[in-house]
Design a protein around this ligand. Sequence first.
Ligand code: FMN
Length: 188
Amino acid sequence: MDAIEALLTRKSTAKLDLPAPSKAELDTLLQAAMRAPDHGCLRPWKFVVFKDRMREELGEILCEALTKNDPDASEAACEKEKKKPLRAPMVIAVIAKVSEHPKVPAMEQIISAGAAAQNIMVAVHAMGFAGIWRTGSPCHDPHVRARLGAVGGDEIVGFLYIGTAISAPPIPEFEKSDYIMEWKAAAK
Ligand SMILES: Cc1cc2nc3c(=O)[nH]c(=O)nc-3n(C[C@H](O)[C@H](O)[C@H](O)COP(=O)(O)O)c2cc1C
């Protein structure tokens, strides 16, 4: 699939199964991430890959976060958290590693990490896999942040759920003129 086709046909898929990208394919995905535009060449990102049984450890972290925030949380609510990372055979947490820089504000570093995440998502699709970018309260939770190595101004910009599509939703239509305007010279 060429780059334009990948960009025009990528869509999110929540229902995912095996196979996941192989070790070599994962390496390509992460190289694609590293090609995201990045003001000042700071490489302001970190990718934490959860595969196989390691997804269960991520589930444990989510469950621990829930019970730290709500000691009365039910067993069922905790089990729900534990199962979240099992919704795909591979999960990549993308963390913006934000540092003080005289010319590159935090927002630009976070955008770069988001662009790296999107490079992964497009590359996933171009390789014939599928995925969905998820966030939610775990991204901002102190326990999850600490366990994943997000410190200070770092931001967890998302959890990328990756695998093979079980069913593919359609791509929604949109009205171009709602989003795009060509600037015309003002009449004088
Ligand atoms: C930063 C970010 C966070 C998101 N968080 C979630 C989320 O927590 N749960 C969810 O179902 N979709 C989330 N989405 C939306 C999906 O990733 C997806 O974009 C959306 O379902 C639309 O599908 P599409 O990508 O095929 O257009 C998020 C997207 C972005 C960019």
